[in-house]
Design a protein around this ligand. Structure first.
Ligand code: IMP
Length: 204
């Protein structure tokens, strides 16, 4: 398959989340690419109406590319539990929603309550990264990190559902690992490696 390569050196990140902007800026910098955020450009955030990570990342990236005239990068990620048929999946952030903001202790407890009697403990994180061009062309890449869910949650590093996930071959949860150890094996890193190989200029 031939991929379209990125020629621009400045792209828009289709996210208003400061953490995502920082993480993606760090990944892109070695390739000579800088980013401006959707928030800085005052772009609206579309509703995530698709049923897949790639679908939602695609609609965010396309909306930002069309509104800004720049190439746009969007990501969509989440946590899936085998015994729950892949839930919370694309609804991962919604499960943490409360009137006072996101509550991940509550979201993790919800997963445990629903899955506690299942013998199958497999779980995985997914990350979809999509690059979209203003002419409507898209390039999408999916990365996954497989492992098991554990209870009770362990560790204070990372964010979201990290404390209840032990990746394959590890004894610690993502919440207990140093950031570098998690980033070496994470779903986001896996997706970014694919995107970089297909579309980005090589690291100097
Ligand atoms: P998004 O902003 O729609 O991509 O939502 C992603 C959801 O998945 C958020 O609730 C995150 O907390 C969760 N999530 C994604 N990646 C990770 C991760 O690396 N660790 C823990 N939770 C994650």
């Amino acid at each position: 398959m031939t991929h379209r390569r990125l020629e621009a050196t400045r792209i828009v990140l289709a996210s208003h989340n400061a953490g995502k902007v920082r993480e993606n800026a760090a990944l892109l910098a070695p390739h000579g690419i800088s980013i401006v955020s959707a928030k800085e450009l005052g772009l609206p955030e579309p509703e995530e109406t698709e049923e897949t990570f790639l679908g939602n990342a695609g609609l965010k990236a396309l909306a930002a590319a069309r509104a800004s005239g720049l190439v746009a990068l969007a990501d969509d990620s989440g946590f899936s539990v085998a015994a729950l048929d892949g839930a919370p999946g694309v609804r991962t952030a919604d499960w943490a929603e409360t009137p006072g903001g996101r509550d991940y202790a509550m979201a993790m407890a919800k997963v445990e309550k629903l899955a506690r009697h299942a013998a199958d403990r497999r779980a995985w994180f997914s990350c979809a990264l999509v690059l979209a061009w203003p002419d409507g062309h898209v390039e999408g890449f999916l990365g996954e990190a497989h492992g098991q869910w554990v209870w009770p949650p362990r560790g204070t590093q990372g964010f979201g559902y990290d404390p209840m996930f032990v990746p394959e071959g590890a004894g610690e949860t993502f919440g207990e690992m140093a950031a570098e150890a998690k980033h070496a094996i994470s779903h986001r890193a896996a997706a970014f490696r694919k995107l970089a190989a297909a579309c980005l200029p090589p690291v100097e």
